[in-house]
Write a protein that binds this ligand. Structure first.
Ligand SMILES: NC(=O)c1ccc[n+]([C@@H]2O[C@H](COP(=O)([O-])OP(=O)(O)OC[C@H]3O[C@@H](n4cnc5c(N)ncnc54)[C@H](O)[C@@H]3O)[C@@H](O)[C@H]2O)c1
Length: 340
């Protein structure tokens, strides 16, 4: 392989990973990109179709827990960005085991191989703000206490702390990001924003957990991807960086914004049973990353408009996924009654 950055993007067929591959190719940089993805329910080759003919692009179907596959996938790369994970909080409450496997053992398998790569410049472990737990007032900074409150968040914390330990113990050049809730094109339609857009597009209702008073800090996916790209160059090994959108919004307010964009009113809302142990509020202080020159560029209102437009123009993308979606997502994952 020639000069330049040679990426292994694990989980690159998913929502954020495929947006990151897009950002790399759009930047015009001299890059090669190898994607390793198991293609679970949320992994989708259609997300990567436009890159199939690009020079230096390669796709490997495989599991980050599989040592042989990982060895092959890492051959010749100098940057690893690990997006591969089991991601859904609701699924992790239902069935935690696969989360422990991919989000902890999978990261360990990648790190073990990374130790063997002397040319590795960077190993970015994509973590989440959920490792902090929730915060009712103020914002989390990178040294805040870590109190994950569901099996997904606890597994992600295990994975990112392993990455840190491999930096301290073996010198793996690991950098960890903790991002807030992402939204934008190519998000699997079980996630709240695409679920609501596609339900409304079909003339259906939108299931709001509890009274919808939980607060999330929304980050447009391209802003997240730009942060990761910056950290490939400028992150400090062993360090953690919060990546927050600075766009806090109660779920009920988000719902009203989407209803307005879709030309609907509150008759389309259905209040449903709340998630057990539902985190009330996330809020991130991202000043450490901002000191490196990053700032979120997308505000929530215009980002939602772009996202709604994208879904309305890409029904061919989401319809087959929506047809296979567990109906619990549309009815209310934890049951139909509830609401305060
Ligand atoms: N979506 C968010 O709001 C958000 C916020 C903060 C952090 N994150 C983190 O970002 C990363 C990507 O999230 P996403 O929303 O794009 O999820 P996603 O579910 O869309 O993508 C995950 C990808 O990982 C692949 N995958 C799963 N298990 C695998 C395995 N064992 N081996 C190889 N590939 C496997 C899937 O096939 C899929 O393509 C995750 O690590 C997640 O924890 C997500």
């Amino acid at each position: 392989m020639g000069k330049g950055l040679h990426y292994l993007v694990t989980g690159g067929a998913g929502f954020i990973g495929s947006n990151f591959v897009r950002l790399l190719y759009q930047s015009g940089e001299n890059v090669s990109v190898r994607v390793l993805d198991k293609l679970t329910y949320s992994g989708n080759l259609a997300n990567l179709k436009e890159f199939e003919t690009r020079a230096g692009y390669e796709f490997i179907k495989g599991d980050i827990c599989d040592e042989g596959v990982v060895r092959k996938a890492m051959d010749g790369v100098n940057v690893v960005v690990n997006f591969a994970a089991e991601v859904s909080v609701d699924r992790s409450i239902d069935d935690p085991q696969s989360f422990l496997k991919t989000d902890i053992v999978g990261v360990y398998t990648l790190l073990q191989q990374a130790r063997q790569l002397p040319a590795l410049k960077r190993f970015i472990q994509i973590s989440t703000d959920e490792v902090y737990g929730h915060i009712l007032e103020g914002s989390f900074h990178e040294a805040s206490e870590l109190k994950p409150r569901n099996p997904y968040a606890a597994s992600k914390l295990g994975g990112e702390r392993l990455a840190y330990s491999f930096f301290e113990t073996y010198g793996v050049p690991a950098v960890i990001t903790r991002a807030s809730n992402n939204y934008g094109p190519y998000a699997y339609p079980e996630k709240v924003i695409p679920l609501f857009i596609t339900n409304l597009a079909d003339g259906g209702t939108v299931p709001v957990f509890g009274a919808g008073r939980q607060v999330r800090d929304w980050l447009y996916v391209e802003d997240h991807c730009r942060a990761i790209r910056l950290l490939v160059d400028r992150g400090v090994n062993g360090d953690v960086y919060n990546v927050g959108g600075s766009q806090e919004c109660e779920n009920i307010e988000l719902t009203h914004k989407l209803l307005a964009l879709m030309g609907k009113d509150e008759r389309s809302i259905k209040f449903v049973q709340d998630r057990p142990g539902h985190d009330m509020r996330y809020s991130l202080d991202s000043s450490k990353l901002q000191r490196l020159g990053w700032a979120p560029q997308q505000d929530l209102s215009s980002g939602l408009k772009k996202t709604v437009d994208w879904y309305l123009q890409h029904e061919d993308w989401w319809r087959p996924l929506k047809n296979k979606l567990d109906p619990r997502y549309s009815k209310g994952f934890w049951g139909e009654k509830g609401g305060k």
